[in-house]
Design a protein around this ligand. Structure first.
Ligand SMILES: *[C@@H]1O[C@H](CO)[C@@H](O)[C@H](O)[C@H]1NC(C)=O
Ligand SMILES: *[C@@H]1O[C@H](CO)[C@@H](O)[C@H](O)[C@H]1NC(C)=O
Ligand SMILES: *[C@@H]1O[C@H](CO)[C@@H](O)[C@H](O)[C@H]1NC(C)=O
Ligand SMILES: *[C@@H]1O[C@H](CO)[C@@H](O)[C@H](O)[C@H]1NC(C)=O
Ligand SMILES: *[C@@H]1O[C@H](CO)[C@@H](O)[C@H](O)[C@H]1NC(C)=O
Length: 236
């Protein structure tokens, strides 16, 4: 997917309302220097952060996302598109043109232009009732590379070997072998309360296995303790 410079974004659907509204967002796709695992590199990110902002909408809402391509770095692709985790959990029934992958569902968005993603959430939500719905309950898992996408792609075309990520990020923080000890992401919880974690795999290639050290799930077990997420999958 990096071949097409397609960004992955997590769309959090909170099931709290029954009447649909149209919710409008703006999103800038920019080049920024980031060091989520202690290694500084130029990036292509939505609104300057990784993970990008969360889009909170309610069940039944439709969204309009004015996506502004402000990419300038000659070291990376300057045209882009956004894949809304769609084929792996978020469905775009009748709006496949909004699904994101460049050259598959749409032409990439050219630099200095805006593309409007417009789609209905069509009653899609996580699952079940909501215990807490704050940002702190979102867990994103992502693989992270130290080389920029065109380099990774060229290396693949030359050798046929798929690059291995340098680190894995949990909520945008991680460490690589012999790198600096970047503080890990922390999710503060209160003992005795039940929490709902919304887990997103913002990954391009690897499967992710997630477990919580020394913790077991309570009576409301939804899936097993060790959880394997396919790329682009979400779970809560
Ligand atoms: C992205 O940043 C722009 C400009 O600061 C802001 O107006 C917009 O609300 C942000 N988008 C999201 C989804 O948070
Ligand atoms: C985008 O706009 C900026 C500012 O006007 C300009 O410097 C740049 O050349 C434009 N990029 C492209 C690819 O047209
Ligand atoms: C969403 O659910 C409501 C209530 O059940 C129903 O009336 C509506 O048709 C559904 N919308 C879609 C797009 O499925
Ligand atoms: C990490 O550092 C150790 C000790 O210096 C070294 O043996 C090892 O090869 C290093 N690993 C990597 C991946 O650089
Ligand atoms: C998990 O429990 C074991 C045994 O009590 C302990 O040695 C280990 O440090 C704990 N791990 C964490 C991450 O707290």
């Amino acid at each position: 997917m990096w071949a097409f410079s397609t960004l992955f974004a997590a769309l959090t659907l909170l099931p709290t309302a029954t009447f649909g509204a149209q919710v409008v967002f703006n999103l800038d796709i920019v080049n920024t220097q980031l060091a989520p695992d202690g290694f500084t590199r130029d990036t292509v990110v939505p609104n300057g952060t990784f993970p990008g902002p969360t889009f909170k909408v309610q069940k039944g809402d439709s969204v309009v996302i004015h996506t502004h391509n402000k990419l300038t770095s000659p070291d990376m692709r300057r045209s882009t598109s956004i894949h809304w985790q769609a084929s792996h959990g978020f469905f775009q029934a009748r709006t496949s043109g909004m699904d994101g992958p460049s050259f598959v569902n749409q032409c990439p968005i050219a630099p200095n232009t805006t593309f409007d993603y417009v789609f209905d959430t069509a009653n899609q939500t996580g699952s079940g009732s909501l215990f807490l719905n704050t940002d702190s309950t979102i867990i994103t898992l992502a693989e992270w590379y130290h080389t920029v996408a065109p380099q990774v792609q060229n290396s693949f075309f030359k050798t046929g070997a798929i690059s291995v990520q340098d680190s894995v990020l949990i909520n945008g923080k991680g460490r690589y072998v012999n790198g600096t000890a970047v503080p890990y992401a922390v999710i503060t919880v209160t003992q005795g309360l039940r929490y709902r974690f919304r887990v997103f795999s913002l990954s391009c290639r690897p499967y992710m296995t997630l477990s919580f050290d020394n913790h077991t799930f309570g009576a409301n077990v939804i899936v097993s303790l060790d959880l394997m997420l396919h790329y682009g999958a979400r779970w809560s």
